[in-house]
Design a protein around this ligand. Structure first.
Ligand SMILES: Cc1cc2nc3c(=O)[nH]c(=O)nc-3n(C[C@H](O)[C@H](O)[C@H](O)COP(=O)(O)O)c2cc1C
Length: 722
């Protein structure tokens, strides 16, 4: 298709190709129409547009408002005696170059500096916005002329300016003099091609490539020293995924750390002075999971292959110059392997730890050094266990049902919608394959359609139409014989007229397709409410797919559920809870749910827990720091409330429409006028508990509205449903 990066599929934002030449932009600005000028004033999020999507046929490009400067900082910390991490940090959510939404906690781009006798190795360079700060921080750690190796675990087009700046400064500092050994840049083949086509094509930058030696990484190859011993060599392992075909990780056997690149990353900026995951799972568990769901869940097969290949085993840091043999005891190793699910197909296999470490492919790790977010140390074992579980969940879902999300996006707005819809599908228990139409081939579109049970199509409106990439892909989808039987949906961001979504909807409707949710049209950048609606729409598609698959199997009626209930489930049904309505608010997004699994959990400070099913869209609003209100339902008024909240709701539908509400005093979240008391809460922590999250919240405010009526109790017959 349009882009040169044909083999790449992508969940998130397009590989933006810079629109070159300010002169061209100025001329275009002079020709901009009134509407386009209005667009320029209103469009808040305008990163570099994708030149492949925004073509001349769409008319002159609107004036781009100057991007507000993003505050970035660089923080350097030691993570091992000879390893430093340079964290390029953005504490706002403005740097959305990968995950397009939900980046409330900022992010970091991590680079690592490994010093060994005769070698100084830099692992990764950050995104261009950090370039100046990063190079300045690096220069404080080592003269640039002392660098012997750079390993690029993944090369994004937007990180290339940082690499260029580093190489320029290195040359200016006198590197490359006759007789000096060249700087080796180790990278995978796809990254090499990207570097050659971008830097190599710029006349002023091409000489930078001749100042370095490009080394294509082979899996298992030792690429640079990491310590004094002959065996102390950084080893490269290729772990490509459709989104990141160039991905590789690097193992340091001396320090027992893995430079894990995108794996085990999170978009969260640790507090100043903290490079590690202080606070462990409680502090970052949600961030790791969110990153996994957005970035790796759509490539679960490749993520599983990478985990199998790496075979990571938690190990203690080697004291001093201890021998290289992994001393983790056989029993401990067997335990971890079971925990990580690595023995699951070989129940009778002998304890793998019996073999010496050198003979096995296992990689002992005491810390994971990812590309984004905190260094994983205290939560290491749990994160390894959870990754395996998340991957297995995705593979299990994919074995039964899969949906494809096809989209294109010039400015990232439609990409943000695609991500939220994809997450909703995943949460609904259906595997997702998200393809950026600008980066994938038509064969991939056809193959994805053939292997899916539902699909969603997203497009921005450019020049009054959907871009050619979307229209051509749509033709491919329509030609697939199985497509018509699938539930589908359309979505898109637009500026003023929004024809693309109408065109897609019209063509699909005319061809007799059935829609799982109403067309989603969002003006410019989606708000919190739009994204919540997208998640709900994704979930609606997942439900529709599952319903179709189920209708082919035996129908499980509600009564059968009770009959099939076992002793423990029947006994669990006798556990009662007080009936309440939980309402959460975030910017313009509000959601509500009936909650009877609410319990007081602390006297001082006053605190309570609520169990929230993992697939609920409201879960997104109940992250740490999220605010919510609880309305305790009064006895005698429970039937009306139950009726109003247990009916099915469409995506974006007001769940409180049938109930009388008013804003709560401090948070402004809607609360029931007829409640006997209300509580306003702030989420302190949450943990996974089977198919629910247990949310612990401190109570900020509370008020009794009706002293005389007790709270309604929710009685059930069985414990396998509410
Ligand atoms: C060159 C150009 C032409 C556009 N033409 C239209 C148009 O005809 N109608 C419209 O509603 N919006 C138009 N827009 C606005 C985009 O649809 C809007 O910015 C949208 O948020 C882009 O979505 P994206 O971020 O997914 O690319 C245009 C934008 C550009 C840059």
């Amino acid at each position: 298709m349009a882009s040169g990066l044909r083999s790449e599929k992508s969940l998130a934002c397009v590989q933006a190709v810079p629109v070159r030449g300010s002169a061209r932009s100025l001329k275009a600005a002079a020709r901009a129409t009134r509407q386009e000028r209005r667009f320029a004033r209103r469009s808040a999020f305008v990163p570099q547009a994708s030149a492949a999507l925004v073509t001349k046929e769409h008319g002159p490009a609107p004036v781009q408002p100057p991007s507000a400067p993003v505050n970035v900082e660089a923080q350097v910390s030691s993570v091992a005696p000879n390893i430093k991490v340079i964290q390029s940090i953005c504490r706002s959510d403005r740097l959305k170059y990968e995950v397009e939404y939900g980046m409330r906690r900022g992010t970091t781009d991590n680079s690592y500096l490994v010093t060994a006798p005769g070698a100084v190795t830099l692992v990764d360079v950050p995104y261009e916005a950090y370039a100046e700060n990063f190079v300045a921080a690096l220069e404080k750690q080592t003269p640039l002329t002392a660098l012997t190796h750079i390993i690029l675990t993944h090369l994004d087009a937007k990180a290339i300016p940082s690499l260029e700046l580093l190489l320029q400064r290195r040359l200016a500092a006198g590197a490359g003099a006759a007789g000096s050994s060249p700087l080796q840049v180790v990278l995978s083949n796809p990254a090499l091609r990207l570097l050659q086509t971008t830097v190599g094509e710029k006349a002023d930058k091409a000489p930078l490539l001749s100042s370095i030696q490009l080394v294509v990484a082979r899996s298992g190859a030792a690429v640079a020293p990491c310590g004094p011993g002959a065996d102390d060599q950084l080893k490269v392992i290729l772990t490509p995924t459709p989104r990141w075909p160039d991905l590789l990780v690097v193992h340091d056997p001396l320090n027992r750390v893995l430079f894990s690149s995108k794996l085990f990353s999170a978009h969260a900026a640790p507090p100043a002075g903290d490079a590690l995951d202080e606070g462990g799972w409680e502090a970052y568990g949600d961030d790791w999971r969110f990153y996994f769901e957005c970035m790796l869940a759509p490539s679960a097969r490749q993520a599983a292959a990478a985990l199998d290949k790496l075979d990571l085993v938690p190990a203690r840091r080697k004291p001093g110059s201890a021998p290289r043999v992994n001393k983790t005891s056989a029993a401990l190793r067997g335990f971890f392997r079971n925990l990580l699910g690595l023995n699951r197909n070989k129940p009778d296999s002998p304890a793998p730890a019996a073999a010496p470490a050198e003979a096995s492919e296992q990689l002992p790790v005491s810390e994971l050094l990812p590309m984004h977010g905190p260094v994983v140390s205290s939560a290491l074992t749990q994160l390894l266990v959870e990754y395996r579980r998340w991957v297995d969940e995705q593979l299990a879902a994919a074995a039964t049902a899969c949906a494809s999300v096809f989209y294109a996006s010039a400015y990232g707005n439609t990409a943000a919608l695609a991500q939220a819809i994809s997450r909703g599908i995943t949460k609904g228990g259906v595997a997702v394959n998200t393809l950026n139409l600008e980066l994938c081939t038509l064969d991939e579109v056809a193959e994805a359609t053939r292997t899916s049970q539902g699909f969603v199509l997203g497009s921005p409106t450019l020049g009054g139409h959907m871009p050619t990439q979307v229209s051509v892909a749509m033709g491919t989808i329509l030609r697939e014989p199985n497509a018509k039987a699938m539930p589908c949906g359309v979505f898109g961001s637009f500026g003023w007229s929004g024809e693309a979504v109408d065109e897609m909807e019209g063509r699909l409707r005319d061809a007799g397709f059935g829609f799982a949710f109403d067309a989603i049209r969002v003006k410019f950048k989606p708000t919190a409410k739009d994204l919540l609606m997208c998640e709900e729409s994704g979930r609606a598609l997942a439900q529709s797919i599952k319903k179709k698959l189920k209708s082919r199997e035996t129908n499980v009626v509600a009564g059968a559920r009770a009959q099939a209930a076992s002793g423990p489930q029947l006994a669990m049904g006798r556990v009662v809870g007080s009936l309440s309505v939980l309402t959460a608010k975030d910017e313009d997004a509000t959601s509500a749910m009936l909650a009877s699994w609410v319990s007081q959990a602390s006297f001082d400070p006053p605190g309570l827990t609520v169990a929230v099913k993992k697939d609920r869209a409201i879960e997104k609003l109940l992250i740490v720091g999220g605010k919510f209100a609880i309305s305790m339902v009064a006895e005698g008024r429970d039937k009306k409330v139950m009726k109003a909240l247990t009916r099915p709701f469409g995506p974006g539908e007001d769940r409180l429409a049938d109930l009388e509400t008013e804003p709560s005093p401090t948070l402004g979240a809607p609360v029931l006028k007829e409640a006997n008391s209300i509580l306003e809460c702030s989420v302190v922590s949450r943990m996974e508990a089977g198919d629910h999250y247990i949310v612990y919240a401190s109570v900020l405010e509370g008020k009794v509205l009706d002293e005389n009526v007790p709270t309604a109790v929710h009685h059930r017959k069985v414990g396998n449903h509410y």
